[in-house]
Write a protein that binds this ligand. Structure first.
Ligand SMILES: Cc1cc2nc3c(=O)[nH]c(=O)nc-3n(C[C@H](O)[C@H](O)[C@H](O)COP(=O)(O)O)c2cc1C
Length: 370
């Protein structure tokens, strides 16, 4: 997952936002800066982290088969999605608890989203910018509500303050079992404390090992989509789809988009890689609503593979947080710019000019040499 072998960051590159040259190096820089609690909280997955690794490995099994002798002198990464114009098919994923990385991280990431024109999925951090009247493209995120009334109020509130949609995370019925957090006696009480000083020892706020079996919204069903839609007429995106039948169900129950995701390997360990799940979900959805994906995106070429397998856009979770942990707002902006530049180049080198031109004809699955 980490830094590529043979490209160690030099000390001076850790002091300069232009030092790291790719997302992997931003991860390395963040690792050197952050407290282990915070780094492990972001980097980690559930239990044996099979799914976390699978998300990255899946990209190695998909190969691009570019076409040449096409005119690629004019390349654009722009896409339209659910009434929004995106400069690039990359969206900042919801990452709750990011204030562990640095205080007010959610606001800082929202500022970086605004500065780079990147849509963001987070309601808390954007509130301050909204008060200033900034034209931010954002979706709110929820893991559900217990009553119809609460759901409708949430939908109305999102719409009233300018949210362009609601992302419902469906894979979070219970708190998952994350070994790294358990080992570190991780505690959300560390939120907003910032990076500890050299030698500072932080006592857990709650030293008990987090109990397993902590319910979030275990009784949520597809009816929840109808609850939200009856609250406000804004798009509802279903995040956490891996099974094609859940993709089809999302369409049936009136969702406006699905996000193929396994929560970055942070919920059910052993769940399939997002990229592997994407083609079948896209088939089941059948073009009726847009399909997005996240999980393991670290390069522009990863974005192109996801688009080729049926995604209209991707979300990035850890990548901007590595920029944040390493350099604050400039780091987030740099990571987003790198991903955009790499995506543009990968589109061009695939022989395409627009995201919409990218399709299955330029990918092959590489697990079956015969
Ligand atoms: C620190 C952290 C916190 C997260 N919190 C949430 C969350 O509150 N809601 C949610 O739907 N997904 C959450 N996720 C999952 C991301 O939205 C996204 O699905 C995942 O990070 C994508 O994989 P990637 O990190 O490899 O890009 C979180 C991920 C991280 C790394």
């Amino acid at each position: 997952m980490g830094l590529l072998a043979g490209s160690p960051l030099l000390a001076q590159q850790l002091d300069d936002v232009n030092g790291p040259i790719n997302v992997h190096e931003f991860e390395e820089a963040a690792k050197r800066r952050l407290h282990k609690f915070a780094f492990d909280f972001i980097a980690g997955g559930t239990e044996d982290e099979h799914t976390l690794r699978a998300n990255r490995e899946a990209f190695s099994r998909v190969a691009l088969t570019p076409r040449f002798m096409t005119d690629v002198s004019d390349v654009s990464t722009e896409v339209e999605l659910l009434g929004m114009k995106l400069k690039t098919p990359i969206i900042i994923a919801p990452t709750g608890g990011q204030n562990l990385v640095i205080p007010s991280a959610d606001e800082i990431v929202a500022k970086a989203a605004l500065a780079t024109g990147t849509p963001i999925c987070s309601a808390v951090g954007v509130q301050k910018l909204l008060a200033d009247g900034e034209p931010l493209q954002w979706w709110s995120n929820t893991i559900g509500h217990r009553t119809k009334d609460q759901a409708q109020t949430f939908a109305r509130r999102t719409a009233d303050i300018g949210g362009k949609g609601i992302v419902v995370t469906i894979d979070n019925s219970y708190q998952s079992n994350r070994d790294r957090n358990n080992r570190n006696r991780f505690d959300y009480g560390y939120m907003n404390l910032g990076v500890p000083k050299e030698g500072e020892v932080r006592k857990p706020v709650n030293p008990a090992r987090p109990a397993m079996w902590q319910p979030h919204t275990p009784s949520m069903t597809w009816q929840y989509v109808e609850w939200l839609k009856s609250g406000a007429k804004i798009p509802v995106l279903i995040k956490g789809v891996l099974h094609p039948e859940d993709g089809a169900a999302a369409v049936k129950y009136g969702a406006d988009a699905v996000v193929v995701s396994n929560h970055g390997g942070r919920q059910l360990d052993g769940a399939m890689a997002s990229l592997d799940a994407l083609p079948d979900v896209a088939n089941a959805v059948g073009g009726k609503i847009p399909v997005l994906m996240d999980g393991g995106i670290r390069r522009g070429g990863d974005v192109v593979k996801a688009l080729a397998l049926g995604a209209k856009a991707v979300l990035v979770g850890r990548a901007p947080l590595w920029g944040l942990g390493a350099f604050g707002q400039p780091g987030v902006e740099r990571v987003l710019q790198l991903l955009t530049d790499e995506t543009k180049l990968a589109i061009a080198l695939s022989g395409k000019r627009r995201p919409a031109e990218i399709d299955r004809t330029i990918v092959k699955r590489m697990n079956a040499w015969r």
